[in-house]
Design a protein around this ligand. Structure first.
Ligand SMILES: Nc1nc2c(c(=O)[nH]1)N[C@H]1C(S)=C(S)[C@@H](COP(=O)(O)OP(=O)(O)OC[C@H]3O[C@@H](n4cnc5c(=O)[nH]c(N)nc54)[C@H](O)[C@@H]3O)O[C@H]1N2
Ligand SMILES: Nc1nc2c(c(=O)[nH]1)N[C@H]1C(S)=C(S)[C@@H](COP(=O)(O)OP(=O)(O)OC[C@H]3O[C@@H](n4cnc5c(=O)[nH]c(N)nc54)[C@H](O)[C@@H]3O)O[C@H]1N2
Ligand code: SF4
Ligand SMILES: [Mo]
Length: 739
């Protein structure tokens, strides 16, 4: 068979860069950037290109695996695996009901439409109560802020980078992460463009990151952004810098917010934040007087003790400065395929409509904090978690207090993982079901595609047939439903979707995820309305444009009244949850004498969370796991560069290599996350394991963020202890023993 060139796009992270795949005999030969992709225009990062090594990885799981009594795995047929899982699940449901069953939904599942929708339907159909996701370690606080501000728990306002004059960025490192809750494949150019236009990029981060080093850096103490933002707002109100017209037109409750901020002048918060008062005052003035400006935060803003409040205050600043829903400001997320709309209508994307058994946390998008999963498994009583599906996730490395989860998973009656590796989590599974990679499935963008400064859509077909016996995840859930004798969408489970079902029935069509997406696309804002709008889109038309279609150069603005679902259509600046949260802020430091430093994470260019450490190309060179420590703290703890350090928290301790650097402020230590490998399968990753920083983090209910149940992964109080090297010990021993 001749070599073929196939146009597709990357689904490892949010830019979804265009790729060209070279394929021979249905095997992937290589990947390269797509120069004709209107957004990425020939750009892709090392991870995207190295995906060839994941696709062709000899360590990939390509047949269903069943746990043997001795703890190892044996290959079995799909029929054997699915029959047994269906039978065990049926028995479980008869005995305990859906209250005992659940799913953990990992990050990669958000980059394809079919697995997430179909597994969601399946879980809903069987009444599974225990739904968890990577979101509680990532972005749920942002969603809750939106639920409170806009009454829309799926709304994700994003910065209009191509038009802004002032980007005020908290807790994001887009030169490495390539942007999050923001789809800008050429983010490096977009940031440079701001400065070229005479604008400014200000980066608030405890670490002088790659992005901070390239622009203006404001060094902040970890987990203190709430105090910083309240001070910025205090100055805005006290100095009359607010945009009264915008406030009146767009919001309610500004007076309450003003009164709350009054208690946080920058002089009072400087000790907490480490940011001098004059810097805060200048920032507030410059932000409000810039022609256009936008505040934006990402994981560093979401993963502290007050993640929801921080996300809320970021948007509040955009509102009071007149920069929400305006060009060059913060734009409301928009859709081409209105999945979010459907989710909100069917109740899949609610906030606080039910509470977790452990910790009484509000559900966010129907999911509970993954941090409580371990206790949900080990705490007896009605509703105890007994059967868990893990869809594209590795919670043993990604969820706080991994040691507890690692122990708890082995106690489940049934653990099923859909993955293409044996990782640290599914090594405990009863079954590992080999899943297709992104290149083995068709796709349409979901979730974060709505946060793009232009309106763009692309579809892709599968580039290669599934290797081995890999199957698409949605088909696995469909098969299980069939074997259990339940219809995926029987009446009662999903009443609000019944009109859709009837539409398919009338045409004698099988209801598949792809058909559902086509239907949504056609009835959505850019759809062809089944011929009523001849220039509109349908899936067939989209397929004729393999590089995608740019539908509008600029995302819409002036749409706030449509985006806000509160009665009256205005943004709420005084929700009671936020008032209470501000009331809980003290001025006491977050550290103690025993644990005097605060630990934060690091995301690395050549890692993707926990799952790309098996690629030889990405692991080439100097890829050691190292904690970044300020010279002053290193000296105090007796550490030397290249030596070993033991980082100790209330919950655990990890030992890793020391990298002394002033890129990190004194009092802060930064440790890369996503390491600590001891999965069954990935040999290269296991050979260079690093340590799991989530052995330091807490899963105790009282330690989670209150409003969204967010894991607190940044600002973890720790101390440093020097670990003598074997050589040092020998030297010490010889001195002692010398005559
Ligand atoms: N301490 C600390 N912890 C963190 C963070 C932090 O900042 N600090 N960040 C958090 C964040 S932002 C996130 S998103 C989470 C991620 O947490 P998780 O989603 O739990 O973990 P990943 O490492 O992304 O693992 C994804 C798994 O999916 C598999 N996979 C990849 N593609 C596919 C696919 O197409 N189909 C299937 N079925 N499987 C696939 C991979 O092999 C891997 O095993 O980690 C969080 N954990
Ligand atoms: N190369 C690469 N790209 C990725 C990923 C990856 O693993 N590798 N993961 C993807 C995923 S799942 C996500 S969610 C996105 C995340 O995208 P980003 O959030 O842009 O990525 P991070 O590099 O984690 O940036 C968070 C920043 O917050 C800082 N920070 C930590 N604590 C605080 C704090 O208390 N306050 C403030 N102001 N800052 C703080 C950190 O030092 C860090 O620089 O990236 C995605 N892209
Ligand atoms: S930035 Fe993300 S989407 Fe783009 S090539 Fe890299 S991994 Fe893929
Ligand atoms: Mo994430």
């Amino acid at each position: 068979m001749p070599t073929e060139q196939k146009v597709t796009y990357c689904r490892i992270c949010e830019p979804m860069c265009g790729l060209i795949a070279t394929v021979e005999n249905d095997r992937l030969v290589s990947l390269r950037p797509d120069h004709d992709h209107p957004l990425s225009r020939g750009r892709a990062c090392p991870k995207g290109i190295a995906f060839t090594e994941v696709q062709n990885d000899p360590d990939r799981v390509l047949t269903p695996l069943r746990r043997r009594p001795d703890g190892g795995f044996e290959p079995v047929s799909w029929d054997v695996a699915l029959d047994d899982i269906a039978a065990r699940l049926t028995r479980m449901l008869a005995e305990h009901g859906g209250a005992a069953v659940g799913q953990y939904f990992g990050n990669p599942a958000a980059f394809g439409y079919a697995a997430s929708i179909w597994s969601g339907f399946f879980m809903k159909r069987i009444g599974a109560n225990h739904l968890y996701s990577a979101g509680s370690q990532d972005i749920n606080s942002r969603y809750v802020a939106s639920a409170l501000l806009y009454g829309a728990a799926t709304q994700l306002p994003f910065p209009d980078l191509p038009r802004t004059d002032f980007l005020f960025m908290l807790g994001a490192n887009p030169l490495i992460s390539h942007g999050s809750a923001l789809r800008v494949p050429r983010v490096r150019d977009d940031l440079a463009g701001i400065v070229k236009r005479g604008g400014r990029v200000v980066v608030v981060d405890p670490r002088r990151t790659e992005t901070a080093a390239a622009y203006e850096h404001v060094e902040v103490r970890p987990d203190s952004d709430a105090w910083l933002l309240l001070s910025v707002l205090q100055v805005v109100f006290a100095e009359g810098l607010e945009d009264r017209r915008a406030i009146a037109a767009q919001s309610t409750g500004a007076e309450t917010l003003r009164a709350l901020c009054a208690d946080f002048p920058p002089e009072d918060t400087a000790a907490r934040t480490g940011v001098p008062a004059d810097v805060v005052r200048a920032l507030a003035r410059d932000f409000c007087t810039a022609r256009t400006a936008v505040a934006y935060g990402r994981t560093g803003a979401c993963l502290g003790h007050h993640g929801t409040l921080v996300s809320f205050l970021i948007d509040a600043l955009n509102v009071v400065s007149g920069n929400l829903d305006a060009p060059g400001g913060s734009l409301m997320s928009h859709t081409v395929i209105p999945l979010e709309d459907m989710g909100e209508k069917t109740g899949a994307f609610d906030y606080d409509t039910k509470r977790s058994r452990i910790g009484n946390f509000p559900a966010v998008h129907n999911t509970f904090p993954a941090a409580v999963m371990a206790d949900e498994i080990t705490t007896p009583g009605p509703g105890q978690l007994r059967a868990l599906f893990v869809l594209a996730g590795n919670p043993v490395l990604s969820v706080p207090n991994s040691t507890a989860l690692d122990d708890a998973l082995g106690k489940l009656d049934l653990l099923v993982s859909l993955d293409f590796y044996v990782n640290e989590t599914n090594r405990h599974a009863h079954y590992i079901l080999p899943s297709t990679t992104m290149l083995e499935r068709d796709d349409l963008p979901m979730a974060f595609a709505a946060c793009c400064p232009s309106v763009y859509i692309q579809s892709t077909e599968a580039v290669v047939k599934p290797y081995g016996q890999a199957r698409q995840e949605w088909e696995v859930f469909q098969e299980l439903a069939t074997r259990m004798g339940v219809s995926m969408l029987a009446a009662g489970a999903m009443e609000k979707l019944n009109p859709v079902l009837h539409w398919f029935e009338r045409r004698g069509l099988r209801f598949t995820p792809r058909r559902m997406m086509d239907l949504l696309l056609r009835t959505g804002p850019y759809g062809d309305r089944f011929g009523l709008r001849r220039s509109g889109l349908n899936l067939k038309k989209l397929q004729q444009h393999p590089h995608g279609i740019l539908l509008a150069e600029h995302a819409p603005h002036g749409v706030l009244h449509k985006a806000v679902r509160h009665k009256g259509g205005k943004v709420r600046l005084d929700p009671e949850q936020i008032v209470a949260e501000i009331g809980r802020l003290g001025h006491a430091p977050a550290t103690t004498a025993e644990f005097p430093l605060l630990a934060i994470g690091i995301r690395e260019l050549k890692s993707q969370n926990s799952w790309m450490h098996n690629s030889p190309t990405l692991m080439k060179g100097d890829r050691r796991h190292r904690a970044r420590i300020h010279p002053r703290d290193a000296e105090a703890a007796g550490l030397r560069d290249g030596g070993r350090v033991r980082v100790v928290s209330v919950d655990g301790a990890v030992e890793t290599e020391v990298l002394i650097t002033d890129e990190i402020g004194p009092g802060t230590v930064a440790i890369p996350q996503g390491w600590g490998h001891r999965g069954g399968g990935w040999r290269l990753a296991n050979a260079n394991p690093g340590v799991n920083v989530n052995e330091l983090t807490s899963n105790r209910a009282e330690d989670l963020e209150v409003l969204a149940g967010m894991s607190v992964l940044n600002g973890v109080a720790v101390r440093l202890e020097a670990v003598p090297l074997v050589g040092d010990l020998a030297a010490a021993a010889s001195t002692v023993e010398a005559p």
